[in-house]
Design a protein. Sequence first.
Lengths: 293, 248
Amino acid sequence: MPVFYDLFIGPFAEFDFMRRALVGIVALSVSGAPIGVFLMLRRMSLTGDAMAHAILPGAAIGYLVAGFSLPAMTLGGLAAGFAVALAAGAVARITVIKEDASLAAFYLISLALGVTIVSLRGSAVDLFHVLFGNVLALDDDVLVLLSGVATLSLLTLAALYRPLVMECVDPGFLRSVSRSGGVVHLTFLALVVLNLVAGFHALGTLLAVGLMMLPAAAARFWTADITRLILLASGFGMVAGYAGLVVSYSAGTNLPAGPAIILAAGALYLGSLLIGSQGGLLRRLLPRPHLQR
Amino acid sequence: MSKTASAIRLTDLTLGYDRHPAVHHLSGEIASGSLTAIVGPNGAGKSTLLKGIAGALSPLDGNIALAAGRRLAYLPQQAELDRSFPIHVYDLVAMGLWNSAGIFGRIGRGSAAKVEAAIAAVGLAGFERRPIGALSGGQMQRALFARLLLQDADIILLDEPFTAIDARTTADLLALVQRWHGESRTVVAVLHDIETVRRAFPHTLLLARETVAWGETADVLTPANLLKARRMVEAFDSHAAPCERDAA
């Protein structure tokens, strides 16, 4: 089946950059999707989005200082991400503004600031790279970073799994039996920032959060069990990554790979929304008679 | 420790929010192994007192002393429970194993059997694999009692555990409370139904921001005391001038 091979396997067998892109996306899906599941279940989906934007000025300052340097942009992104996460939490606690409003304020400022800083030194191409990433240009260092972050995130999630789930389901109960709630929450936020910074290198600040939230949201339409939800979300992320790369390759230069991957994840989400077995639209619109003998 | 030792001792305790007291100048003790009801009108500070004993609210003044080494379990009135979270009844109940299992501890076959037994004891056998979102109000309260069973606490605090629960469920859960009492655990429950208190609770604290009466239930729940409690709460002004230190 030469057509099948040419479409689905050939690009990866032939081109190093395609293989690297696939490895990068798999690494991002392995750790990003479970984190997306917890963000979704904690009703923090928009928090993830806001934090992704907040990373931009930090990464941009790294870029301003050292050009496209992996360590500089990573450190800058991490610093900015943590700063905004803590600042938004503090503003919400100290003032009358709720956390979502303060996050929105911070991320709008961050986005504008980041675009300004990149424009100070770079071209429109550089800006495009920072905002949307370049998944087809992952070098060894980036792949090591992505897989390192994935490994660290998975180990941390495994270690924190019990208190994290308890903090989501019944925070009052966790408080009554343990003081770990605050630490767990902060560690989780740190994982979010870490994965967004990793995702930033492949998909840019604007799309990094897509591979986190879309597979998680899609998986929710198929299962009501947290373990399956996490596995399914990771699987969806990988499928979207693979499909996006294949489609983008077939379409030639007209379809950039990063957006194609997020669109594939979006298609999975919309499909699940339509036909999902857990609250999908079709199931709701076509009610079946209740169980009778 | 002797039978009459106190499990909880309150000394000139004042609890409140934003520096405004909800209960004030409360002193007394709850004996180890006793079964005490806290009753009083709405706004009497019953839930606040329980929260204080549970350690979820720091005293504005005075102090709360728990007998050393006692494990405490607290079931709040409205648990901040996210019922849409996709986990099963079994997992919710198993949270009660936290003290023995913690973050990393293995939940082995013995513990798993304990979880099953607790679920059976509250009459939810067969519901282990149901998502918690599918439970009715009464079934959820049964599940939370199963979790309390697993916590194996010496002091158990219940805030209106039978509110909005049908008679059958109330009877079943009350039997569990009696069982805990029989096992010499200290149980303190905020209740609204005076008849239940008279029937099942040997001791009562009648609260109206301060103690109206505290002791044997029959002595506490007199019409005169109940009327007094209602008047005291109605007259209470939480923005009143600060308490005089030496008023007594």
